[in-house]
Design a protein around this ligand. Sequence first.
Ligand code: HEM
Length: 503
Amino acid sequence: MTLQPLIFYASLFVLSALVLKAIKHSRRLPPSPWALPIVGHLHLLGPSLHHSFHKLSTRYGPLMSVRIGSVLGVVTSCPDVTKELLKTNDVTFTGRKSSAAIECLTYNSSFAFAPYGPYWQFMKKLSAVELLGSRTLHQFLPVRTNELRELIRFLFEKSKSGQSVNITDELLRFANNIISQMMLSIRCSGKGGQAEECRTLAREVTEIFGEFNISDIIWIFKSFDIQGFNRRFKDIHRRYDSQLENIITNREKLRKEKKESEEKVKDLLDILLDVLENQNSEIKLTRDHVKALCVDFLTAGTDTSSTSLEWSLAELINHPMVLQEAQQELDQVVGRNRLVQESDVPHLPYIQAIIKESFRIHPPIPLISRKAVEDCKIGNYVIPKDTVLFVNLWSMGRDPKIWKNPLEFQPERFLSQSNSEIDVKGLHYQFLPFGTGRRGCPGLSLAMQELPATLAAMIQCFNFKVTSPDGVVDMTERPGLASPRAQDLVCVPVARCAPSILN
Ligand code: HEM
């Protein structure tokens, strides 16, 4: 027998085995719509994945599978299935799906996208204990307080002359100033300068992370840049890197010359440089790790916080009775002679309920996404290794099986006997605004100190008049990483306290 037929039969055998394996696998996958060759279900997905998944889930049930080009995903918006996936099988879903843009922009050294392993564990501990731990958050209370007072002062000025304010821009500047000062001790006070450039870059990163790159999802396009995506992220990376290098090099110089005052509160960059210089550190950090963490925190800590505040305020403007009730609570607990502060928040249950209700309807991260690091069996289904899991928080928040009148903004629901126990810490699987488990958000405490106090101060001092003819805020969402509002929120602040509240 010559060699050719042997090779032919061997190839046929291997091919059949592979096809059989693929069929067997696909049979055991959760249900899914018919897929097209190469693009899979891409033709069924719109620019907001959570909206498309929501629509498909109503047909394909609590756990469905989707093929986004060459990427296999499973989607759920059911609390019980989520619990089984993220609690019972928590170790399985500790991975994250990366992309060419993420790898480039985070120096392939990100904490947020790191595989579950020693580096991630080290950074998780460092974040919990030092970077975003209670001592650091307490040390930066003056930064948050000053930024809040600046915001309120600015709104008073505008209210004096009856001028409208682009609240979207102001909240973005506010949130970015807080995280930039904590991270790098820089703040943006006007147009231009290093802080302004870093803010612009953080925005560009958030935007590009929220977009689809065909080269990431369809393997035949892997080597092409048909959308000009690679060119864009490489340019952002070059500009961001030059800013970060500048800031870090200056800081290293100051540290060498010991020019920084002894009393200066260490910012997160100082904490990271301490670890970088520590020869005995459990994990040897590199300069890329430090820069990657700056990108991680500046990106994760800006839009999430500002869009949450914006949605909450927009809902209050559209629900004057809820606003009135919140203002009554503030008048009773704080009065109108001093500005509400973070330490008042535990005594403001209605304000806390408003923040939760806003998270429910407008989760800043609408889809939790994880990657399976091994095969996983759920009921009769098998979810293969490397599958991306999407938990659709947006859909869960609008599910009438979970929430009564889900499309209505009713903060009282979080004060009712049945729901009063539900908090944001990731233990209630119907409500996971900060995710859950090992990979839950490390910025939760910072956000939950910043957001209620900021919203409370804004409505303590002002009512907001919308400039649209019908006086109603348009609540349309646009695609984006932190599910932003389609239109900027522009309104005229009308003072309800004297500006002396800031004295
Ligand atoms: C309203 C504010 C915020 C919301 C709603 C939010 C939400 C989330 C969610 C849903 C996740 C995914 C969790 C999971 O997979 O289970 C996450 C991860 C993360 N968040 Fe936040 N976040 C907020 C603010 C912040 C802030 C202020 C920071 C840092 C300064 C931050 C840093 C991170 C990081 C580093 C991760 C990745 C953690 C990991 O993979 O281990 N977030 N966040």
